[in-house]
Design a protein. Structure first.
Lengths: 261, 286
């Protein structure tokens, strides 16, 4: 048997480095002691049970779900049109347009957050879930565009031409030919943009006013050592939910696009 | 029969909602930030007489200098550490791994977990009474808790290098994938050792990926707020923390706007220098 090379050993060590830190959250969320340190005192589900009793947490959860859902729809809708334009058509300034749409990925969070706060107040919009949603849509758009671009990449344009030739109009062609083929990409985009919004903190911290999203709520709890086990339990649930959403998104993204029209 | 409009017109029409939205949310705040930076605020009264006072105050404040330089140096250290650690794994996935998709998925999953929670996990690990210290004590490797783990620049660099790992791996992986295998064969046929081949062919051809990875990490890291706030302590604070104070507790928006603009300009300047330097270095076989 071949001895594993150094590179393989390094690869596995790297995976451990990536995953181990995050694994401590779920591990200690079952610890009956309130201090996050070894040895673990005992195992308990109490911290999870107590989550349901906290009204502010439940409210923050609903806030996050609402913001995430609207963000996912807005970003995916705009991303869908843009991705189609970028893949299907050639036009002057296209590279600049594609670059512009990717810009939210690389602007430092604090600058996006502070400048949007100033802008929204200037426009007379008080910090609220509405401003958070507008900000999150901005952040999520590059993800939607890149996922949907790869969905349209796999799409054979001659299918649409065939549909036109057979007498279908623009909307009918979109509904009966284009939409079914790129549907997995749309689902993937919705899941990913929802996750981006659901996990985002800095923008929400600046823009949420007195309507905290879940990460903002967690931030307010982190400062109190007594609240630590709660944060651990809540955090573990979030980690699990995000991972599930991503795996689901990947599944849809990879799903074959060569299905019946 | 359906008559399509011109391609370009349809392209503009379809892409305009996205570009207009992003364009507006980039440009409008910038204009307002610039305007604000020329105003002054004392407590609640906003004086709209244009002045360079904020810039003068910010540029002559040693704290601002200090935090700006530290932000740039921390971001630089994070970039270097992340890229150096990520290169071998990107190489492994692109050149050696049999199940590339699985590896790529494994690498990206942690990135999708909440950034706030990942940083928080490091705070728990590195703390004085934290996971690492209690484990080492329990194993009898140390006699008393190590106090240099948390609340300093080291903690910030470590945490950020962990948080940004996928962003370094993916661009480098893509550039490795693009290398024509016949170039590697040619290098071997011409008598290069594997190391020579790597240094003369593989590494130079992946410079664009390395530059992309570095920019993707460096630019947002300079303005990172969460990590310095949670694990930086007073020795690890960065410019974003000062900006947040201006928009929050200090309630001096004009100064906050000025600092944001100065931070953006510094980041842009360093990034441009880096790209130019990088272009000169690589991209072709030596």
């Amino acid at each position: 048997m071949k001895r594993p090379s150094l590179l393989v050993i390094y690869a596995f060590a790297y995976l451990i480095f990536l995953y181990l830190p995050v694994m401590f959250l779920p591990l200690f969320s079952f610890n009956s002691g309130t201090i996050v340190a070894f040895p673990i005192k005992g195992w308990t589900l109490d911290w999870y049970r107590k989550l349901g009793e906290q009204d502010t947490l439940i409210q923050a959860l609903w806030n996050s779900l609402g913001v995430g859902a609207v963000t996912a729809l807005l970003a995916t809708a705009m991303g869908l049109f843009a991705a189609r334009a970028f893949v299907r058509y050639r036009f002057r300034g296209q590279a600049a347009a594609e670059g512009l749409v990717m810009l939210p990925l690389v602007i430092p969070g604090i600058i996006v957050a502070s400048s949007m706060l100033v802008l929204f107040l200037f426009l007379g919009l008080q910090p609220s879930l509405v401003t958070v949603t507008l900000g999150h849509t901005f952040l999520a758009l590059p993800f939607a565009v890149s996922i949907l671009k790869s969905a349209f990449d796999d799409f054979d344009a001659s299918l649409e031409e065939a549909s036109y030739d057979l007498g279908c109009g623009v909307f009918e062609t979109f509904r009966r030919v284009t939409l079914p083929v790129v549907a997995p990409g749309i689902v993937a985009s919705i899941l990913v943009t929802f996750t981006v919004s659901f996990d985002e903190f800095v923008l929400a911290f600046f823009l949420s006013g007195n309507q905290p999203t879940l990460p903002v709520y967690i931030w307010s709890q982190i400062r109190f050592p007594a609240k630590l086990p709660n944060v651990l339990a809540l955090g573990s649930i979030l980690l699990f939910a995000s991972a599930m959403l991503l795996v689901l998104a990947k599944y849809f993204q990879r799903r074959s696009t060569t299905r019946d029209v | 029969m359906f008559k399509p409009r011109s391609e370009a017109a349809r392209g503009y029409a379809l892409s305009s909602p996205a570009t207009a939205y992003v364009g507006f949310l980039v440009a409008a705040p910038l204009v307002i930030l610039i305007t604000y930076s020329f105003w002054t605020q004392t407590y609640v009264t906003l004086d709209k007489t244009p002045t360079l006072g904020n810039y003068r105050a910010a540029l002559s404040d040693p704290l601002v200098h200090h935090l700006m330089l530290r932000s740039i140096w921390i971001a630089g250290a994070v970039t270097l550490a992340t890229v150096v650690l990520a290169y071998p794994i990107a190489y492994f996935i692109a050149m050696k791994a049999r199940r590339k998709t699985i590896w790529l998925l494994l690498i990206t999953i942690p990135f999708w977990s909440s950034y706030l929670l990942r940083v928080f996990a490091w705070k728990l690990i590195l703390g004085f009474n934290g996971v690492m210290n209690s484990a080492l004590l329990g194993l009898g490797l140390i006699d008393e808790p190590l106090d240099f783990l948390l609340y300093n620049e080291f903690a910030v660099v470590l945490t950020l290098a962990h948080a940004w790992a996928p962003f370094a791996i993916l661009p480098i992986y893509v550039s490795l994938q693009k290398i024509d295998p016949s170039l590697l064969e040619a290098a071997t046929d011409l008598g290069n050792s594997p190391l020579q081949r790597f240094l003369r062919v593989t590494l130079p051809l992946t410079v664009p990926g390395i530059i992309a990875a570095s920019l993707i990490i460096f630019v947002p890291t300079v303005g990172d707020y969460v990590t310095p706030a949670l694990v930086g302590g007073s020795d690890g604070k960065m410019i974003a923390n000062l900006i947040q104070v201006q928009f929050g507790a200090a309630n001096n928006w004009p100064l906050g706007a000025t600092l944001s603009l100065l931070a953006m300009m510094s980041v842009g300047f360093v990034a441009i220098v880096f790209v130019i330097a990088g272009r000169g270095l690589g991209g072709r076989i030596r």
